[in-house]
Ligand binder design. Structure first.
Ligand code: MN
Length: 426
């Protein structure tokens, strides 16, 4: 099970890579997230594991035979756990390999990170019930939460080709939108560009077509998690979303963080899954004792904004909100089971978005749409600027970390993206 604790989670472990022992690092030896990097634009991609502010080239270190992340992702969960243990042993203080491995170590600041793998199919879910309610109120004031929400993990099939890795730059998209009082739609750069704070889950081992995954096996199919920004053009969304759901309002860009934090690394931070009093219990195919006991994961999530003016003034990004993935209405296992219940096959490198993770309080909206009440109450930033929606030059940075007493804090690094001006001619 991915909830099992073993020696790799021991909070007393330290590494011979000194920066990994800094209490503030996201990447202590208890984390060991995997990513794809290259030294220069001309060199080949390799698989690395983040350790402090360094990374270890896994093939050079003799810990994997290939530079193909999809092979690692495809492997069964037992091999994944064996690799985690081997990396942990190699990086531990006192390891007899520390001298020979130093030549496989590189500073993270000196490499380019790529997408962790070739992303196959991308599905975005809607597991944040506070987000679903807040957004539902703006689109349908009388009927915010549709009746299926508490029964089905709602999702839609998105587009993988425009998913990029942090730090991603993208142009403000063009699109069609209709202002409430206008008779006809307009065309041009979106006026209501937003972000969505999500987690991404990469599928590891596939399931065969026609073979649904059961709750007890579901997590074995998840390789690990990243931070995920599902950029959204709200005006385009409002005009296009009926009857078939999101389309061009979403598929111009999405950003993942470069390091996949494995489910094994997240084992100490599991939480029970329960439903509030009065809410329906999940149907039997979405329920299991293990899911009730440890189906959730406590991951603190944050969004910060650095405007062009802040970049120019060299002021740090301003934190806008924080929430926690433990408040998700559905667990990762339930997403895998529901997605495959009709026989749909998941493949290594497929990506699930969790849906926007807003918290229960008004200041915990996981998008500007929520934090500004649909743009009606712009945020006033510390430097006096205001934001209803994103402006050109804005950089949105997402963070995630797990903390629990008795365990080492681990983090996800950053997921950053910057809005460039729209094309000038259209
Ligand atoms: Mn989304």
């Amino acid at each position: 099970m991915t909830t099992n604790l073993d020696e790799t989670h021991d909070p007393a472990l330290t590494s011979w890579v000194e920066s990994a022992n800094d209490p503030a690092t996201d990447f202590p030896i208890q984390n060991l997230p995997l990513g794809r990097f290259r030294r220069t634009a001309d060199s080949d991609w390799s698989i690395g594991v983040a350790i402090g502010d360094q990374l270890l080239d896994l093939r050079r270190a003799g810990l994997v035979a290939s530079t193909d992340m999809s092979l690692l992702m495809h492997a069964d969960a037992g091999s994944r756990r064996a690799l985690r243990r081997a990396i942990s042993l190699a990086l531990r203080k006192g390891s007899d390999r520390s001298d020979s491995l130093r030549s496989s170590l590189l500073a993270q600041s000196e490499v380019e990170m790529g997408l962790p793998c070739r992303i196959g199919d991308y599905t975005d879910f809607y597991t944040g019930i506070y987000h679903a309610t807040n957004v539902g109120k703006q689109f349908r004031p009388d009927n915010p939460l549709l009746p299926n929400y508490k029964w089905i993990p709602i999702g839609y099939h998105g587009r993988a080709s425009s998913i990029g890795v942090s730090p991603q730059l993208f142009r403000r998209p063009l699109g069609q939108f209709k202002r409430p009082d206008d008779k006809a739609p307009s065309f041009g750069p979106t006026q209501r560009l937003d972000y969505e704070l999500e987690l991404g889950a990469f599928i590891g081992t596939p399931n065969a077509i026609g073979e649904p995954v059961a709750m007890d096996d579901a997590e074995e199919h998840i390789f690990g998690l990243v931070l995920f920004n599902d950029w959204t053009a709200r005006d385009v969304q409002a005009w296009e979303y009926q009857p078939l759901g999101p389309f061009l309002s979403k598929n111009f860009a999405s950003t993942v963080s470069p390091w996949i934090v494995t489910l094994e690394a997240l084992a100490p931070f599991r939480t029970p899954f329960s439903r509030p009093d009065g809410d329906p219990q999940p149907l039997p195919y979405l329920d299991s004792p293990a899911n009730r006991e440890t189906g959730g994961i406590a991951i603190a999530l944050q969004v910060a904004l650095r405007t062009a003016a802040m970049t120019k003034a060299e002021t740090p990004p301003q934190r806008l909100m924080g929430s926690n993935f433990r408040d998700s209405y559905w667990t990762l296992a339930q997403l895998v089971v529901h997605h495959t219940v009709n026989g749909c096959n998941l493949q290594s490198g497929d990506l699930f978005g969790s849906g926007t993770q807003s918290g229960p309080d008004p200041g915990q909206g996981g998008s500007l749409l929520e934090l500004t009440n649909g743009g009606k109450q712009p945020l006033v930033l510390a430097n006096g600027e205001t934001r209803a929606f994103l402006e050109d030059g804005d950089t949105v940075i997402m963070y995630g970390y797990c903390e629990r007493s008795g365990f080492r804090r681990i983090g996800f690094g950053e997921c950053a993206g910057t809005v460039l001006p729209a094309r000038e001619t259209y």
